[in-house]
Design a protein around this ligand. Sequence first.
Ligand code: RIB
Ligand code: CA
Length: 308
Amino acid sequence: MRKIILDCDPGHDDAVAIMLAGLHEDIELLGITTVSGNSYLENTTRNALIISEMSGIDVEVYPGASKPILREQIVAHDIHGYSGLEGADLPNPKKAASNIHAVDFMSDVVKENFGEVTIVATGPLTNVALFALKYPDLVKGIKELVFMGGGIAFGNVTPVAEFNIYVDPEAADIVLRMDIPKVMAPLDMTHQAAITREEVQKLKDSESKVLNVVADLMNFFMKTYKNVFGIEGAPLHDPTTIAYLIDPEIFEWEDLNVSVELKGEFTYGQTVADIWKTTGKEPNVRVLEKINRDKFFDLLLDTLLKLS
Ligand code: RIB
Ligand code: CA
């Protein structure tokens, strides 16, 4: 059983990550922390409440940073809609988010589970960076950090920068310098895990009203990916991080040195991976390079379809 905190910016693919983490028996979801990213903090927090409640996942939601550390705020309403989770008829959340800040929640959990808790980040890394700055002595108490972010061969919000990193490159730089085991799920791998119409239809055909709603969300997500990127199918970026914790065997990886560009006119926010070891720098992160997409979707759908 892996104890995790899921730090996220729901977001359609974050929503699926919440469900996989909350419903799979091998994961103990200790709490959800939210960050501004796909939409504003109040929206990502509301969406985390909606998805967890709708899925019967009994977990608290702890709001975190509403802005990046330094750069101006950007959001992804072109992909996720203004609310951050457009495309379905969603219930209003019944409960409120916690009044404990995400970073303080992280510190409480790490103190109580020193060396045993994994932080999974599927949005911009602002909360994780703020945790490292506010609680430097607790950083070594994190068992592992698994984050969706970055692109080795390409970006998605600029030619070379991926959204989660580009929203807060300074935070990503701080996080990549954290001296703990880190695993990165970049676009190069997550784009191998695009959901198909047939897989969405399995959710639509389910007896579960919750899964019918998820199918509507996935159809919206597929539509925006087609409109913005011309891509058939929508990459389920974020749940690949949870799948790694459940079954790492479905991935291939390489330990690499990765840096974040903070000064480039054309390359700000790029994750620069030293594939050919030209810098002489030690690897600082495990980079997931391949995923067995059929085994991933078998795992994901088997877990979700248990919902009645
Ligand atoms: O670039 C993809 C990432 O940005 C995903 O985490 C998606 O949810 C958005 O946050
Ligand atoms: Ca996300």
